[in-house]
Design a protein. Structure first.
Length: 207
């Protein structure tokens, strides 16, 4: 009797997985789909087939592809509480932006680029996506270390300045649709961030 290919087997006859094991299989399937086929061709059906799971098991966890993608991005982003510590501000900034560029070059970046059009009409989701892309809190940790080392005057640190590095990185990636090269990372650090973090703050109302 000819065997039935595993891809054609009814999911109900496959070994049942629950909880973390099933979640992990689904997320691995999402990452593989993003890498091989991109965001636009990814669907709940293709993820379920690759994960060897039922569509119902996906929809019980995520009401739509958007929620699934948002959870995937969250899992793929590096720990924002532990940014690189090289011992110098320039080294930390380079390491942080290189890390961010690497994330954008992978499945997380593909998902974030695809999510742009899906979440723009939803202010809450759009704010979430911006926070993922900019991650100014991570930059704040890096700059506070520099302040403690005496490399930066605390008066020069403002929320807007903390957003600048990641904002430029995202501008290059999302709007120019181009990978963030090492040269771009170095230019952002040396031509923008270091001068900006050493400049006196602008006072409201003029000079």
């Amino acid at each position: 009797m000819q065997s039935v290919p595993s891809s054609e087997m009814d999911h109900r006859r496959r070994p049942r997985r629950r909880g973390k094991a099933l979640d992990e299989a689904i997320f691995c399937a999402v990452v593989a789909e993003l890498a091989e086929n991109g965001y636009t061709r990814l669907s709940m059906e293709t993820v379920a087939e690759r994960a060897r799971a039922s569509k119902a098991s996906l929809y019980r966890r995520w009401p739509s592809r958007v929620e699934l993608m948002m959870d995937t991005v969250t899992r793929l982003l590096p720990d924002h509480e532990d940014p690189p510590d090289t011992g110098s501000l320039r080294g930390d900034l380079l390491a942080l932006l290189r890390q961010a560029a690497a994330v954008l070059a992978g499945p997380a970046g593909e998902a974030m680029r695809g999510l742009l059009s899906d979440v723009l009409g939803d202010p809450e989701r759009a704010a979430w996506l911006r926070s993922c892309a900019q991650r100014s809190g991570v930059m704040g940790t890096v700059v506070r270390r520099a302040v403690a080392r005496g490399e930066v005057d605390a008066a020069c640190v403002t929320p807007r300045r903390l957003e600048t590095g990641q904002a430029l990185l995202c501008h290059h990636f999302f709007l120019l649709s181009a990978p963030v090269s090492e040269a771009v990372v170095v230019e952002i650090v040396d031509e923008v961030l270091l001068p900006l973090l050493s400049a006196p703050p602008v006072r409201a109302g003029g000079r």
